[in-house]
Design a protein around this ligand. Structure first.
Ligand SMILES: C[S@@+](CC[C@H](N)C(=O)[O-])C[C@H]1O[C@@H](n2cnc3c(N)ncnc32)[C@H](O)[C@@H]1O
Length: 238
């Protein structure tokens, strides 16, 4: 019987190909198959476009895995199951499969949902993770601002869901990293103003990309439509 391949989750960093690790490049080069998440809009996967700037993919076998941009849990689960089945079929042929993901594979990434599903379809396979530079590290570096010093606490919270949790986070740590801010930016700016934290908040969009944008006067963002690749870092002690 063929020995099953290894399923790799490979973080490719926040966008600048120079922030890919040597290990990410090595694993991508040696994997038999590259698995790339693709949004339903049909545009090329962002993770793949980063990889292409750093690695010559030559005749590499690439499987594009469509994931809908939806909160419909059943549709999401079905897309993950069908992605896991495709990956598992490759592993069962004895090929290693590298699933590339923006930033790090274990923070707000589809990869963590795929791990147990792939293991379920291919129980004999091994899972390995290549960590990547996260978007919040790249955003802090772009400012540059410390994320934490000495005994300070950091909270990372996706701001797209429950605003009440964001309100709680603002009083629970010295640094608050608000991810996925694009859809709720007006409400978040109101919350920050209410908490007296607007002057201690920094907006970063597309950190490390040529289009990188840093904003310190957050009121100017109200009424706008920030990019999906945006976050706000709040430093209460700044
Ligand atoms: C689904 S999460 C992906 C997180 C990723 N796995 C990581 O390790 O950073 C997407 C969110 O990450 C943030 N993000 C990703 N890339 C970014 C960048 N280059 N600059 C600023 N924020 C970014 C945004 O808040 C975006 O809404």
């Amino acid at each position: 019987m063929t020995e099953p391949g290894v399923f790799y989750g490979v973080g490719v960093g926040p966008g600048d190909p120079e922030l890919m690790t040597l290990k990410a490049v090595k694993v991508i080069k040696s994997a038999g198959v590259l698995a790339v998440p693709k949004s339903e809009g049909g545009e090329e996967s962002l993770a793949l476009s980063i990889v292409k700037k750093a690695v010559d993919l030559g005749g590499k076998q690439i499987i594009a895995l469509p994931f809908p941009m939806t909160r419909d849990q059943e549709a999401l689960m079905e897309s993950r199951r069908s992605a896991a089945r495709l990956i598992s079929a490759k592993l069962d042929e004895g090929l290693d499969a590298a699933f590339v993901t923006l930033g790090d594979p274990l923070i707000y990434s589809t990869f963590s949902y795929l791990m147990p599903l792939v293991k379920g379809y291919s129980p004999g396979s091994e899972i390995r993770v290549v960590p990547g530079v996260t978007s919040f590290s790249a955003s802090a570096a772009a400012l540059p601002a410390a994320l934490a010093e000495t005994a300070e606490r950091v909270i990372i919270i996706p701001a797209a869901y429950e605003l009440e949790k964001v309100r709680e986070a603002l009083v629970s740590a010295e640094t608050i990293v608000l991810m996925k801010v694009n859809r709720a930016v007006d409400a978040i700016i109101d919350l920050l103003a209410e908490a007296g934290l607007l002057e201690r908040s920094f907006f970063v969009s597309r950190a490390g990309w040529p289009e990188q944008k840093l904003v310190t006067e957050l009121r100017g963002l109200k009424g706008g439509k920030p990019d999906y690749f945006s976050m706000i870092i709040v430093r209460r002690n700044a």
